[in-house]
Design a protein around this ligand. Structure first.
Ligand code: PDD
Length: 291
């Protein structure tokens, strides 16, 4: 069933309405999460809910739901579609008020919205051919670590990529590569797998953390270090990671081939580790449910 969770109720999608004065709409005064679910089982939900809590804290908005309430709601949405892979979109806004005022209201009545969208299985084209990416100046704000719904810069970057027949863009800021428009960045260079350290210049990705864990477990030399534009252009492999895209190999950067212009062997290996981890984590979650 295609239903939406809105402030404590599950409603048919066409009946789920938010007032036009909601601060999420008027000011982008809201944060969000995107949690993947594989065959009905949410993936790393606790880590996503931890990040949601950090985003709420950062925008000084009280979490309107307890952890068990969040998990119950997520499970309910997942159970609508137990066989397909989907992503759960969650948004918490500072609520709707009769007047439009920048000043945060008191008391606050947050709006909570959640719904699922099917995750397109990673297109075979991506594993076969990889993705083409352009670089552009990061025009996002100075708190990219908060998962806010203010995504205009990201949307414009995607539009520019599309215009240049590319699949995505990597943001450069002060001479360093930070992240993709909706993904984190890894490069393989001189025997090291490198991703930029968490800071207010990028979103601390849940997929990024998993890739780092897998690299550590598999004994792959890795580092959290800033990636200069020069290193990006010298990289043997470039990957973009996210909850909906998993690990995407970049085969061309600003029209020039990355490595030999095909998904590289390090990506292939990491992707195998990632797929195995997905299976393992899913089985562990199913086991836990039975207890
Ligand atoms: N975006 N950086 C940005 C700017 C992002 O928007 C995302 C995810 C990531 C990767 O984070 P994670 O691995 O936790 O998904 C990094 C989601 C998928 C979205 O906006 O739809």
């Amino acid at each position: 069933m295609d239903r939406v969770y809105l402030n404590g109720r599950f409603l048919p999608r066409e009946e789920a309405c938010v007032p036009v004065t909601d601060r999420g709409l008027l000011f982008g005064d809201s944060v969000y999460e995107v949690i993947p679910a594989y065959a009905g089982v949410p993936f790393r939900a606790e880590q996503h809910l931890d990040r949601l809590q950090r985003s709420l804290d950062a925008i000084r908005l009280r979490n309107p739901m307890s952890r068990p309430e969040w998990l119950e709601m997520i499970d309910a949405l997942c159970s609508d579609c137990p066989t397909h892979d989907q992503s759960i979109y969650i948004r918490v806004t500072r609520g709707a008020y009769p007047t439009r005022a920048h000043r945060p209201p008191d008391p606050v009545k947050p709006t909570v919205i959640a719904f699922v969208t099917p995750i397109r299985e990673r297109a075979p084209r991506i594993a076969r051919e990889g993705i083409r990416v352009i670089t552009m100046t990061g025009i996002r704000w100075h708190r990219c670590d908060i998962k806010t719904t203010n995504l205009l810069a990201n949307v414009l970057a995607q539009a520019e990529a599309l215009e240049k027949q590319a699949d995505d863009a990597i943001f450069l800021r002060n001479g360093s590569a930070r992240e993709g428009t909706a993904s984190n960045l890894f490069i393989a260079l001189d025997g090291l797998l490198i991703t930029p350290p968490n800071s207010d210049e990028l979103l601390p990705g849940i997929t990024r953390d998993l890739v780092l864990e897998l690299a550590a477990d598999a004994g792959i030399a890795h580092a959290e270090a800033s990636i200069s534009e020069e290193d990006l252009r010298r990289a043997e492999e470039i990957w973009l990671t996210s909850s909906t895209r998993e690990i995407a190999p970049v085969v061309s950067l600003d029209g020039k081939p990355v490595g030999d212009g095909t998904p590289g062997p390090k990506w292939r290996y990491m992707d195998q580790l990632f797929q195995a981890a997905k299976q393992r984590i899913r089985l562990e979650a199913l086991e836990k449910r039975k207890q």
